[in-house]
Design a protein around this ligand. Structure first.
Ligand code: ADP
Ligand code: MG
Length: 333
């Protein structure tokens, strides 16, 4: 017994003294640039945590992607107007949470926006303004109330033929949350997962300081307009500068007003700061659609959620509890 006590006493100071290291990896997942950083006692263990994170995001991508023909989402979409589809608890719950955001936003966030892909494509192939008829036909398929969830049977049914769901506005945030979770399980006591601009962080840097996160200028994304010192926080940005269609020299962004079917205008960037990357992702898109006034109203109403909004005039506003002047003056350490 005495021997064991000594052993433990001998071991603890060693563990406390070990210098943590940070390891990072960039890769492409879910069609976006991802980067993973893990802080661990040894670089070997940090790498294990990172590869576990990458595996987790790949798993989620295979489950929720609406492009893949083998995903559960694809099966749900193929059966729109035909039959309910039994899905995993994971997809069921994600759809349920997505519908909650639809309720919170009066339908401005709606995963059934996806039927609009018949008229707007943001891969360069849409070169003319869609007709009013085509827009109206697609908009008529958008309605989160027609995504029917059966809790007992664990099925999802899209009530109308031609309906389609897609997780472009919430999936990366979800993936960031889950990657963080598995990396923490692998012992990473600090880290950052950046899921194509949807970022979540935990713990501290190896030097014990908080993570420093930059918010990009929508006009020149290599230019940082403000810095945030964070730990255990998600910082998620929706911008109109990443994916858009260009028609007659005008840019149309990939975020759609579900009520009209038109790409939204007015804002160039929305950043949400809160604990939950999935919620932040969904809210960033929501505020983008709602616009400055209604978007701010929604965020100021929610506890523990802050935002920074940049409009098309390059004016910056922020929610009540985030002092943007203090942020802009902050010097990167
Ligand atoms: P990013 O992909 O740049 O991080 P967002 O998180 O705002 O941007 O997601 C934009 C994506 O969300 C679009 O590409 C589309 O897939 C989807 N989307 C567009 N409009 C809506 C909407 N009104 N509600 C829900 N999802 C939407
Ligand atoms: Mg989003």
């Amino acid at each position: 017994m005495k021997q064991l006590g000594l052993l433990i006493l001998g071991f603890i100071p060693f563990a406390l003294l070990a210098n943590p290291v940070a390891v990072s990896k960039d890769t492409v997942l879910m069609g976006s640039a991802f980067s993973f950083t893990a802080v661990h006692e040894s670089s070997d263990e940090a790498w294990h945590a990172i590869y576990a994170g990458i595996e987790e995001v790949s798993r989620i991508e295979a489950l929720i992607s609406s492009w893949s023909t083998t995903s559960e989402t694809h099966a749900v979409n193929m059966n729109a107007g035909i039959a309910p589809v039994k899905v995993s608890k994971e997809l069921f719950d994600l759809i349920q949470r997505s519908k909650k955001i639809s309720e919170l936003s009066n339908g401005y966030f709606d995963i059934s926006f996806a039927s609009i892909d018949k008229v707007w494509k943001f891969d360069g192939s849409t070169v003319a303004i869609p007709s009013d008829e085509a827009l109206a036909a697609s908009v008529s398929k958008i309605n989160y109330n027609n995504i029917v969830l059966d809790k007992l049977a664990h099925t999802v049914f899209l009530k109308e033929k031609g309906m389609k769901i897609g997780f472009g506005a919430i999936g990366k945030g979800y993936a960031a949350n889950k990657a963080k979770m598995v990396m923490e399980q692998r012992g990473a006591k600090g880290g950052v997962v950046n899921a194509g601009g949807d970022l979540t962080s935990w713990g501290n840097r190896p030097d014990g300081k908080p993570w420093t996160i930059g918010i990009a200028d929508p006009i020149d994304k290599n230019n940082i307009i403000s810095w945030l010192n964070i730990s255990d926080m998600a910082v998620v940005t929706s911008g109109n500068y990443e994916r858009y269609a260009t028609i007659n020299g005008k840019k149309y962004c990939h975020i759609i007003d579900p009520k009209t079917g038109w790409p939204v205008t007015g804002l160039t960037s929305v950043t949400i700061v809160c604990k939950d990357a999935e919620l932040a992702d969904a809210l960033a898109t929501t505020v983008f659609v709602l616009g400055e006034k209604d978007g701010l109203k929604l965020i100021n109403h929610l506890q523990g959620v802050e935002c920074v909004i940049i409009n098309y005039l390059h004016e910056i506003t922020s929610s009540n509890n985030l002092n943007i002047n203090a942020l802009s003056n902050y010097e990167k350490n």
